[in-house]
Design a protein around this ligand. Sequence first.
Ligand SMILES: [Zn+2]
Length: 143
Amino acid sequence: MTKGITQPDLALLAFAREIRSKAYAPYSNFRVGAAIFAGGEIFQGVNVENAAYGSTICAERAAALAAVTAGFTDFDAIAVVGDSDAPTVPCGACRQFLAEFNPEMRVILGGKTDAVEVTSLDVLLPDAFVRGYLDQDDGEDEE
Ligand SMILES: [Zn+2]
């Protein structure tokens, strides 16, 4: 799973680790920070829980929303740091959400320890459903 860890990987991971303290997780107490590198800039996000649990949003998607809101839709990499001992992986919903913006993006994972894993989104989510499946030849229904 682990690719070679680079200095930019560790730098992006530091942004994810730093923002993790801003997580709003009063129910699970599981805080997650994420940082996305896109267009030469860094966008951070945290998990934001809600009393209606299904309305909760993960740190990875919060960071993606920040990047897209700033006009960046081609992500190079994402770093995720959670409260687990082992490096925290993105949930299935986030894997699908991120695939929209580069199904092969680099993924750097960290947790409470110094352990770091580097992988890519196509390893975490092979055969993602991407926009190519929605392409139609003429836009008209066929019987
Ligand atoms: Zn998630």
